[in-house]
Design a protein around this ligand. Structure first.
Ligand SMILES: NC(=O)c1ccc[n+]([C@@H]2O[C@H](COP(=O)([O-])OP(=O)(O)OC[C@H]3O[C@@H](n4cnc5c(N)ncnc54)[C@H](O)[C@@H]3O)[C@@H](O)[C@H]2O)c1
Length: 393
């Protein structure tokens, strides 16, 4: 096979960034797309010039011209679609989080083993150039043996970022579709993966999470959904969807944001520790082309420190990567910093891996380990105790 022909299942918001990886790419072509929302399907097929469209994923999977699929749907469908795709002989790139239960993660791992197809979970932060530079520095021993990691996450209000349609938030706050936890499970999959990728396997965690009813907070501030949701869940609502919001400007009673949150953890094989702090603030403006969220990371090593100062957005006006060692501070700015670059690189790695017959990250087992980390943090906060990741099975 010289050129990988790919089908997207789900062509909502994030599919736009995946598509960037297929434009003018000599090694792959986006051949077919599928979505149950016919309007969205038509919009994407016009925008991207894709002729093969399906409203039923089973038809896309039956198409012999499709070599591989990207699953870009709500989380509760990930396992079902991924297993069906591998059984139909397709290689699979699965958007994070891998699935919503440990049993589903196991089913995906087993399907990959049984069918011999390439299966990877796509977590884009690990393809973000500043994160990769930090990882290269760490692996080269630049700051000596790594000892600890601190991850800071903020959600604020908008700069000129994305307009996010109501329908995209709707499923994210429905535990049955999202697997529960907009911040710690959905968004959190990224930072728990980075924590693991940088320093290794995690043994146990302790966490605190505050669940805040979004509707009450908006009412207290006298702001309606279409303005207020920017602040509460990190993303603007597209005006076109205002009419679709039931009851005017209200969000459903049961929508909760799982922030602020703090988690600490211990790595498995050494006295190494990590911590995460998440805050969501109405009053914080985040300069962003995407959702008004940003993340920064500090790794401490025996000889120094590495900081990654941005990821999703451009909140801080600082070099993307800084290193301190032996009394000298070095700034690294010679890299792409737009978050979209992580999607392009992530797509490319999947395509290259399939064509070259190698396994790209995250393997099913790695994807499950990140899943267990997210769930262990949630369980610890719920039960007020230390949780070992091995309990999540
Ligand atoms: N890497 C990131 O930073 C990032 C950011 C956003 C979303 N995501 C992930 O991408 C995935 C999709 O998120 P999104 O923001 O694009 O959501 P979205 O709601 O914008 O899009 C999901 C699309 O899936 C379609 N869909 C639902 N059921 C379907 C089915 N049975 N068959 C085909 N299509 C179906 C919907 O109609 C919708 O168009 C999720 O797994 C999410 O976690 C990742």
């Amino acid at each position: 096979m010289e050129k990988l022909r790919v089908g997207f299942i789900g062509v909502g918001g994030i599919a736009g960034l995946h598509h960037l990886g297929y434009r003018d790419n000599p090694r792959t072509a986006l051949y077919a797309i599928c979505d149950v929302d016919e309007q969205q399907l038509r919009r994407r097929s016009d925008e991207w010039g894709i002729e093969k469209t399906y409203t039923d994923y089973r038809q896309l999977l039956a198409d012999p011209n499709v070599d591989a699929v990207e699953v870009l749907t709500p989380h509760h469908l990930h396992c079902q679609l991924g297993v069906a795709a591998m059984e139909a002989g397709k290689h699979v790139s699965m958007q994070k989080p891998m699935a919503v239960t440990a049993a589903e993660c196991d089913a995906l791992i087993e399907a990959a083993r049984r069918t011999g197809r390439v299966f990877r979970v796509f977590e884009n932060f690990m393809y973000y150039p500043p994160m990769r530079r930090a990882k290269e520095l760490l692996d080269s021993g630049a700051i000596g043996e790594p000892l600890s990691i601190r991850i800071k996450v903020v959600q604020g209000s908008m700069g000129p970022g994305w307009q996010v349609p109501f329908r995209r938030w709707g499923w994210r706050f429905d535990p049955a579709q999202s697997g529960h936890g907009r911040v710690i499970f959905d968004y959190g999959y990224h930072f728990f993966n980075i924590a693991r990728w940088f320093l290794g396997e995690v043994e146990k965690t302790y966490a605190w999470i505050t669940y805040r009813p979004i509707r009450r907070e908006l009412a207290e501030r006298g702001i309606g959904f279409t303005r207020g949701v920017d602040h509460v869940v990190g993303g603007r609502v597209a005006p076109v969807d205002e009419a679709a919001i039931a009851g005017g400007n209200d969000v459903p009673e049961e929508w909760l944001i799982d922030s602020p949150a703090v988690a600490i953890w211990k790595y498995r094989d050494a006295e190494k520790y990590g911590s995460l702090e998440v805050n969501t603030s109405y009053d914080l403006l985040v300069r962003s082309r995407y959702t008004p969220e940003d993340e920064w990371v500090e790794v401490t090593g025996r000889r120094g420190f590495i900081w990654v100062n941005r990821c999703t957005s451009m909140l801080l006006d600082r070099p993307p990567v800084v290193m301190y060692r032996d009394g000298i501070t070095t700034e690294f700015s010679d890299m792409e910093t737009d978050w979209a670059a992580s999607f392009v690189a992530g797509v490319q790695d999947f395509v290259d891996a399939v064509l070259e017959g190698r396994q790209p990250p995250l393997t099913g087992e790695e994807g499950k380990a990140v899943f267990q980390f997210c769930r262990a943090v949630q369980l610890s906060a719920r039960e007020g105790r230390e949780v070992r990741l091995a309990e999540i099975c």
